[in-house]
Every structure is written in C-alpha cells, then in structure tokens.
Design a protein around this ligand. Structure first.
Ligand code: IDP
Ligand code: MG
Length: 137
C-alpha cells in the first residue's frame, strides 16, 4: 500500500470544501492515516514548495498558502499518488477535467483548492514535513 500527502489549500478551507474533498477520497477507497488543520508559515512554505522557490510565481504562491488555515492529510491505498493526482486534475484549474476536484471547484491556476504529492518520494518528504510519526495511525 502507498501513502500520499493531500492538503486542502486556504481557499478550499475558507469555502467549506474540506468535507467534500475528504468524502471523495473516502469513497474512492483510501484509508485516512492522519489529518490536521494548521496555518503554514513562511519557513514551512519554503520547505514544502522548495522546488518552486525563486520562480516568478513563488512570492504570490507563498502569500496565498500562508493566508489562512489548511487541512493536511495522509491517505493510504493502492497507487495512492497517481490515483490522487488523477482525482485532483491538472495544476491549472481552467484546464482540469470536470469531475476532478480542481475541475469542479476552481478556475484558478494558483488557488487550485488542493495539493497532492507528485511521486512516492515527494509523498514521504511531505508527510515527514507535516506529521510526526505518532500523529499517523
Ligand atoms: P501541482 O500543485 O499541480 O503539483 P506545481 O507545478 O507543483 O503544481 O505548482 C505548485 C503550486 O504552485 C500549484 O498547485 C499552484 O498553486 C501554484 N502554481 C504553479 N504554477 C503557477 C503559475 O504559473 N502561476 C501561479 N501559481 C502557480
Ligand atoms: Mg507539485
């Protein structure tokens, strides 16, 4: 079984989409291993989005992701990383297929409601960044 890190971004939390997003992962058959609400600070934003630090959109992304509470989750299931990315849709919500989370709840490239790990290696790194081992069941 594989684990992936999923996070409802500040606009998803503010718009009351947490339950909707959790329900999709539950219904797909994933098992919830960890979940918490937190406010990301600048230092955590730079670590989580390390690959994007210095890119033209990074300052705006950092301002967005630190703008309000997020909900961080660890979901486990078969091919969790790939399946979760398919359920989320592509980065630019305007191009995301209807039926995906981004394709159903956003039109924005930046404020695209949800984050999901892009590889098993990213998932391991991101899970360790947001959760202590004791917080996972
Ligand atoms: P991903 O979230 O689909 O993996 P990444 O390319 O890793 O997409 O980018 C991380 C996040 O940065 C995106 O989810 C989005 O919020 C934001 N982002 C990516 N590209 C742009 C851009 O060109 N303009 C504004 N924000 C962007
Ligand atoms: Mg990414």
């Amino acid at each position: 079984m594989e684990r992936t890190f999923i996070m409802v971004k500040p606009n998803g939390v503010a718009r009351g989409l947490v339950g909707e997003i959790v329900a999709r992962f539950e219904r797909r058959g994933f098992v919830l291993r960890g979940m918490k609400a937190l406010r990301i600070d600048r230092a955590l934003a730079e670590r989580h989005y390390a690959e994007h630090v210095g890119k033209p959109f990074f300052e705006s992304l950092a301002a967005f992701i630190t703008s309000g509470p997020v909900v961080a989750m660890v979901w486990e299931g078969r091919e969790a990383v790939t399946v979760a990315r398919a359920m989320m849709g592509v980065t630019d919500s305007a191009q995301a297929a209807p039926g995906t989370i981004r394709g159903d709840y956003s039109l924005s490239k930046e404020e695209n409601v949800v984050h999901g790990s892009d590889s098993p290696e990213s998932a391991a790194r991101e899970i360790a960044l947001f959760f202590d081992e004791a917080e996972l069941v």
